[in-house]
Design a protein around this ligand. Structure first.
Ligand SMILES: Cc1cc2nc3c(=O)[nH]c(=O)nc-3n(C[C@H](O)[C@H](O)[C@H](O)COP(=O)(O)OP(=O)(O)OC[C@H]3O[C@@H](n4cnc5c(N)ncnc54)[C@H](O)[C@@H]3O)c2cc1C
Length: 469
């Protein structure tokens, strides 16, 4: 029986730049989720589901409300190594998932840049991977899911059954119901290694042209963009294009697919524990330090080379340094990811990067990907590219940064672009209306009324983007 006898807990976004106090309960079953809705209704509270809290923004925060911490519903209920089909509770992390399926020759079809996200959170945001141009979002690999609605009703959805809910709840930011069981199709692999082609790009034009040209020939493409470089080097960086090894290419697949050959090593050079590395990074996480580090990284990346790398190392590079986000200091960080059509991306991003220099607020990390559209209701994808930019937040720059990101929004919207609700913290109701369109928002709200007539499901993000204004 769930009770609310505890005090508020202060929860944060992934980048530690936003916080909100909430009551936190940990349901262990679908019945307890229903109970939590009843309890919230009685106490006049709103409810938000939270996976691992790895969203860069307020997607799983609910100031003054009730948060359902889904991490205890974390069982893999069924795994069939013959068909590659898995059924799991929503609190299962991508880490637990790939570690279950890889030794049997399978890999999750879409993963985020960190393995610590949960399946519920990945469906809530409808995550994309470095293969978005080829495999679409995670939602395209969901065979079916079960969810509890705030009315207490249990729904089973698939592309064939309750299709309207299927395409709206995936990517619906947990605002229509709470996933309780997810069935996903894994992808067959013939090696624990990927072959990676690493090539430099000298400016933004070359960067985007290379991503466009390489995508059809590879399974994954991702770019590192040095957003501290201006002038003729604006948009320079390095592209990693990777492909699966075909059957027979890896002489010893059983060995390379073993977990011990995938896991990220706990020490750097076999000596320094990685857990303390972020302390050493801290002094470099400022405008000058990052300029120096990025310049060094760029020149080190100049030789075009090819190498083989484990799936885990390729996908989860950001997990290599535990708690790396702490190196951004007390104010934390936010990420701004824009999705812009391929025809307009170059000029839009050149304008944004120049503006960031003018404002003295360069991004310390830029990551580019190639995308294609999908049919989910609140989709963030376009036939184009995305650029994710990380910004350090301080008490001194918070307002200035926020204003600059509003300026970015206008540039992206003018270019016909979209935003990602798991990342951006500044999206306003007006911006959302412009990129999603009035009809889409009306459809989403109509479904919300049907699933959640009392308006119990609410997050800080939902209030900010869909209720304000
Ligand atoms: C280092 C890093 C790298 C990342 N790389 C990528 C990337 O490559 N691609 C990408 O797309 N994203 C990426 N992200 C973003 C991340 O994948 C998403 O924010 C994801 O939603 C986080 O999952 P989570 O389990 O932490 O969910 P949370 O952040 O806790 O929640 C995310 C959303 O899902 C909802 N939700 C959670 N559980 C449920 C449930 N059971 N039922 C219904 N709704 C639920 C929440 O209410 C919220 O709206 C990255 C994040 C980090 C920190």
């Amino acid at each position: 029986m769930l009770t609310l006898d505890q005090k508020f807990v202060v929860l944060e976004n992934f980048g530690h730049s936003m916080r909100a106090p909430a009551y936190v309960v940990k349901p262990t079953s679908a019945e307890e989720i229903s109970e939590a809705f009843e309890l919230a209704n009685k106490k006049g509270l709103t409810v938000t589901a939270r996976g691992a809290g790895r969203s860069y923004n307020d997607a799983s925060l609910n100031g003054g409300g009730l948060v359902l911490d889904m991490s205890t519903m974390n069982r893999i209920v069924e795994w069939d190594p013959q068909t590659g089909r898995v059924t799991a509770e929503p609190g299962v992390t991508l880490e637990k998932l790939w570690q279950q399926v890889e030794p049997d020759g399978w890999w999750p079809p879409v993963v985020s840049g960190t393995m610590y996200t949960t399946l519920g959170g990945c469906l809530g945001a409808n995550i994309h991977g470095k293969n978005n141009f080829k495999e679409g979002t995670i939602g395209e690999h969901v065979v079916k899911f079960t969810a509890i609605l705030p009315t207490g009703a249990k729904v089973v959805c698939s592309p064939q059954k309750n299709a309207d809910l299927f395409y709206a709840m995936i990517g619906g930011l947990g605002m229509l119901g709470v996933f309780t069981s997810i069935t996903l199709q894994m992808k067959r692999i013939y090696s624990g290694l990927l072959e990676v082609d690493a090539r430099p790009s000298h400016d933004l034009h070359e960067h985007l042209t290379d991503i466009l040209d390489l995508a059809p020939k590879y399974d994954y493409v991702v770019g590192w963009l040095d957003a501290t470089a201006g002038g003729r080097g604006l948009g320079r960086g390095q592209i990693h294009a990777a492909r699966y090894l075909k059957e027979g290419e890896d002489p010893n697949p059983q060995k390379t697919m073993q977990l011990k050959n995938q896991s990220l090593p706990p020490r750097i050079f076999g000596v320094f524990p990685k857990s303390i590395l972020h302390y050493f990074m801290g002094p470099f996480v400022n405008n000058l330090g990052t300029l120096a580090v990025n310049t060094g990284k760029y020149f080190a990346s100049l030789p075009h080379h090819t190498f083989r790398e484990s799936h885990a190392a390729f996908h989860f590079l950001l997990d290599y340094i535990p708690d790396w986000e702490l190196s951004y200091g007390r104010g934390g960080l936010i990420e701004y990811q824009s999705f812009v059509p391929k025809e307009t991306a170059e000029s839009a991003w050149a304008e944004m990067i120049r503006l960031s220099f003018k404002r003295g607020l360069p991004s310390y990390l830029g990551v580019t990907k190639r995308h294609r559209p999908d049919q989910f209701l609140l989709t963030h994808a376009v036939d184009g590219f995305s650029l994710a930019m990380d910004f350090k937040v301080t008490n001194g720059n918070r307002l200035k940064l926020s204003r600059m990101l509003q300026e970015f929004d206008q540039i992206v919207l003018e270019a016909g672009g979209r935003f990602y609700f798991a990342k951006n913290s500044e999206t306003t109701p007006e911006s959302a209306m412009r990129f999603l369109g009035k009809a889409t928002i009306a459809r989403f709200k109509k479904l919300k009324k049907r699933c959640d007539p009392k308006g119990l499901l609410e997050s800080d993000l939902y209030k900010r983007v869909f209720e304000a204004g």
